[in-house]
Each structure stands twice: as C-alpha cells, then as structure tokens.
Design a protein around this ligand. Structure first.
Ligand code: NAG
Length: 233
C-alpha cells in the first residue's frame, strides 16, 4: 500500500449562530445574535445576506461573540451568518449556517382565519383552513399553538387569501391554529399572529376485537405532512 500523504491542514471548525430571543421579535425590540466558536478567535464577522453588504468586526478573545441589535429597524430583518479568524494562525473559518431574523410589524393588521367544515370533526376528515388579509398580497403561514415553527406556508392566491388543507386529520391535529403573513417583497417582515380557530378531532372508535392503533403510525403521518410543506429557504 502506498503511504498516505501527510497533509498539514489546520482545521478551523465552522461557527454556529443563534438568535436571542429566537422568535416573536417585533420591530423596535432588542435582539442578540450570538456566534459560537469552538476556539478562541481574534476577529468575528457578522454578515447580513442580500441588500447591503453589512458586516462588522469584533475583537474578542472569547469563544462566543455577541452582536446586539438595539431597537430593531426593518432593515435589520434578514438572513445572517457569522465567520471568525483564529488568533494564532490567522486562519479563517467557513461561514456558519444562516439564521433568519423575522421582525413583526404591528402596523399590519392580523390575518383573518376560518376553518371548514367545522371545529369538531372525526379522524380522517379533510380540514381546510382559510387565511386572508385586505390587500397586502403575501405569503401566508399557518401556525399551530405549541409548535415553534409554522407548520405550512403558501403564496397568496392573488386575492389576499390562502387555503391550507389538513388531509385525513388525526387527534394529534387537535389544537389552536392561527395565520400570519409576510407582505410581498418583505420576506423577513411578519404581520402579528391573528386570532385562533380550534380544531378538535375525535378518535375513531376501535371496533370490538380489533387491535389498538399504533401511535407511531399516527405520528409518522403528521410529521410527513409537515415535511412536505416546509418553508422554502
Ligand atoms: C381528502 O382529500 C383527498 C385528496 O383530495 C381525497 O382523495 C380524499 O377522498 C379526501 N377524503 C375525504 C374523507 O374527503
């Protein structure tokens, strides 16, 4: 066997970026972007994607660098990444995965919502949820209370409405649903969350003698549907 070539590579682990608070930030709130390095860095940059080439240096002999945005403005909303340079070797890391800072603008009226066919349905029913706004043209997001991320996302049909369908609901789909929207051209600006509609799904009674349903099967069905409707990045 041929001897393996010895390559001197200085590994600079990729940093990760986190947002605090991670969601529900309104225009005018303060927010902190924290870049987690796995080594001591001499310099850390924070980039905002698109629009202006926004970046910022930070001289810190630390393994975390904090960038605080005080009293956020519309132009702070966007997709951020961070990067650092090592103190000793001057090697530069790759950029972190992006985090999205979405700012809620309370000047947008909340989205209306309605649910069909009704609040109480049986397992297996197709339920549709309509979201609408006046004339902001928009991408609508459907939220379920207790879930941190929106569960579905859809472009408006052009008349300020979006219709979400929950196919073959199960008791796991029971809960409170709300809509929000992102106005055209403002990908990272959100309306406030609107009023909620409640959905209550009654379990199908088990026929006598039939084995009980496996809960795993139900969970798979739900998560599969959520995955199909993931928000495009
Ligand atoms: C639910 O929607 C699917 C797809 O449109 C359809 O095939 C199915 O028959 C519907 N189920 C019910 C109970 O209406």
């Amino acid at each position: 066997m041929a001897p393996m070539a010895v390559v001197a590579v200085i590994l600079v682990p990729r940093p990760s970026l986190s947002l605090h608070p991670s969601q529900g930030v309104s225009l005018g709130d303060n927010v902190t972007l924290r870049c987690h390095l796995s080594q001591l860095a001499a310099w850390v940059w924070l980039y905002r994607e698109g629009g202006w080439s926004y970046n910022k240096g930070k001289k810190k002999e630390q393994d975390t660098a904090e960038f605080s945005l005080v009293s956020t403005l519309r132009e702070h909303a966007g997709r951020y990444r961070c990067q650092y340079r090592l103190s000793e070797s001057a090697e530069v890391s790759e950029k972190s995965d992006p985090v999205e800072l979405v700012l809620t603008d309370h000047r947008y009226p909340p989205s209306g919502i309605s649910l069909h066919p009704e609040q109480h349905v049986e397992t297996g029913t197709n339920v549709t949820i309509c979201c609408w706004n006046k004339d902001y043209g928009a991408t609508f997001l459907l939220h379920k209370d207790g879930c941190s991320a929106p569960i579905q996302c859809q472009e408006s049909s052009g008349v300020g409405t979006a219709t979400f369908t929950l196919f073959g609901v199960t008791p796991a789909d029971s809960g409170a649903y709300r809509c929000s929207y992102r106005p055209w051209r403002y990908t990272f600006i959100s309306s406030p969350l609107g009023d909620s509609v409640m959905l209550e799904v009654t379990p199908t009674p088990t026929p006598p003698g039939a084995p009980p349903k496996k809960p795993e099967a139900m969970e798979f069905q739900v998560s599969d549907r959520v995955r199909e409707n993931q928000i495009p990045v």
